[in-house]
Design a protein around this ligand. Structure first.
Ligand code: AG3
Length: 277
């Protein structure tokens, strides 16, 4: 991370590339027990939240990521009533989940309460559903939460994590996927943010292998543009405990979205040739 007077830059040294956003002002800089949380007002991307120097959310493009982590997974399930979100402290994923009328209860389990408090203050549009009676926000360790969860407790689990370093590393491990498998109902669906198809190809393949070994019969990679993340191209891996992965033709929920559509579901799941196995 580097910032001079007017530009915020996240560098990806191993890829010889970076993203820069022009900054107007810095709104918040705090060290939580877990990480450094910074929020900026940018010139043209709305507000920007970074964690330990990594771009998490901008006001302008977060809808693509949040919709694509949430809707392919929930639309792959006939009746997603009980949902668990691991991470997702900015509450953007929670907001998308609550757009589904079928959802009766959502547990959001975020390690760092300061991220959510900062989001409530600086990204109120992401937190507008936080007081929905179906939502319960817990500030706890998501890995432990899943380990302690009853068998078959959730229909859908969404993992809205940071990159696989530090406390998030365990969210990319097979043991965690095994625990998710156990905590899901028979038709349960797991979705996780799985980094860039261009920069993190081997990670994506390793995640797919581990999910298979953990018992998930069917996996699909959904890919989408995300111009403020490394390479500008991002992915969510969706895994089904049993059966198939598709949008049920008889049950296509009406959703107020800006990127996701039921037509896009199929298109976004077609892998680029270099990722076809
Ligand atoms: N999740 C972060 C994805 C990783 C971004 N990586 C990076 N900038 N190096 C975002 C959380 C949104 N709810």
């Amino acid at each position: 991370m580097a910032i001079d007077d007017t530009w915020y830059t996240e560098e990806w040294a191993d890829q010889g590339s970076a993203i820069s956003l022009k900054i107007k002002t810095k709104l918040c800089d705090l060290q939580s027990p877990y990480q450094r949380i910074e929020i900026f007002e940018t010139e043209s991307f709305g507000r920007l939240m970074t964690l330990d120097g990594l771009v998490m959310v901008t006001g302008r493009d977060n809808f693509i990521y949040h919709e694509m982590l949430t809707h392919p997974a929930l639309c792959s399930h006939m009746q997603p009533e009980k949902v668990l979100i691991i991470g997702g402290g900015d509450c953007g994923t929670l907001k998308e989940v609550l757009k589904h009328e079928a959802v009766k209860h959502v547990d959001m389990v975020e390690l760092d309460a300061d991220v959510t408090h900062a989001a409530e203050e600086f990204f109120p549009e992401l937190c507008s559903s936080n007081h929905d009676p179906r939502a319960a926000i817990h500030f706890e360790d998501g890995i432990k939460w899943v380990k302690d969860a009853d068998e078959q407790r959730y229909d859908v689990i969404l993992v809205d994590s940071t990159d696989p370093v530090g406390p998030a590393a365990g969210l990319f491990e097979i043991e965690f996927y095994r625990q998710c498998f156990r905590a899901l109902t028979d038709n349960g669906i797991l979705a996780l943010q799985s980094e860039s198809p261009l920069f993190h190809t081997s990670l994506i393949q390793a995640v797919d292998d581990s999910l298979g070994q953990a018992g998930f019969a069917k996996r699909k990679l959904f890919h989408f543009p995300q111009c403020t993340y490394p390479s500008g191209w991002w992915s969510a891996t969706v895994a089904a405990k049993n059966g198939t992965l598709s949008v049920d033709l008889l049950r296509r929920p009406t959703l107020d979205t800006r990127y996701y559509s039921h037509e896009l579901y199929a298109a976004a799941a077609i892998p680029p040739r270099f990722l076809q196995s």
